[in-house]
Design a protein around this ligand. Sequence first.
Ligand code: SAH
Length: 350
Amino acid sequence: MTALAEILIRRIHEDGPMTVASYMAECLLHPEHGYYTTRPPFGAQGDFVTAPEISQMFGELIGLCLAQSWLDQGAPAPFTLAELGPGRGTLMADVLRATRGVPGFHAALHLVLHEASPALRAVQAETLRGYHPHWIADIGALPDQPLFLIANEFFDALPIHQYQRTHGQWHERLIGLQADHLAFGIAPDPTNGGPGPQFAAEPEGTVVETCPQARPYMATIQHRLHAHGGLALIVDYGGWRSKGDTLQALKSHAFADPLAEPGRADLTAHVDFEALAAGWAPYRYTTQGAFLTLLGIDARAARLAQGLTGAALENHRAAHHRLTNDAEMGSLFKVLALYGPSAPPPPGFA
Ligand code: SAH
């Protein structure tokens, strides 16, 4: 049993069952035993691989999208270039390298990062040294100026609540104990909050997830876009409306039981993009495959392939396929763009 499992079991003995959101928060960010606080989770040695770690093309094309939108909005200076959950800093490094040739872009940007893990902040400081990043602990501290923001696989790590339709009402799913092991159950009483009215007609037994922690992020982003313009690109796996139990654990690149080893596996849930876009116009929404294709990934891939042979060429081709193909990340991952009310839509969306 993991150290964190012992702590949580003791707490449930004392305080009763906990919400899925509290469980997720402890597993990911517990100061001593949390998944992100204790290990660098990415890459071949880690538990999962993210798009920027698969190929430099991902960050390069996102960089071009951001820079084109910045130009289309009159090249505002100064502006904030921000990233939520930058991981190893790979995506931002590729964005910055790809935009070096855009006149005025680097001179005008203030690089702002939001990262909960001290270990990853140290990695980011190393990867992005030279660009003077500034870390904010609270999203409200985003500077009051034009905002160009990216978040890749950030929102899927925010804790979710789960509710189950039971006798015509929503009951929260909870984690309690069965024979001294962590086990799912549901609250005996219906919840006061829970899923919105768009879910009122769902049949008995349906599970719906909500992510209240995403709301302050979206409120601040929308506030900056409204006041100063800009673009927020949110890439994640999920769909337009939350449906079903999507809590999943990944360990060593394989699915695992989310309750089996708290703190040792990555825990995520599908992102509900409808909830992220709520209250905002204009926005665009598409699949990662369509987005990268419209931004020109095929031409970029062909260009990079010219300098490669053997295993490196094979890896490059596989990475291109993995990012865009429908059977891989191409359609499971979605891209949501929120942009300034007077701005044209960013490139990459039909
Ligand atoms: N964007 C990176 C990493 C994705 S993993 C990539 O694409 O490779 C999720 C990232 O979000 C990690 O850097 C993790 O430490 C960070 N993170 C998770 N929950 C967070 C929270 N509540 N606040 C700030 N950062 C968080």
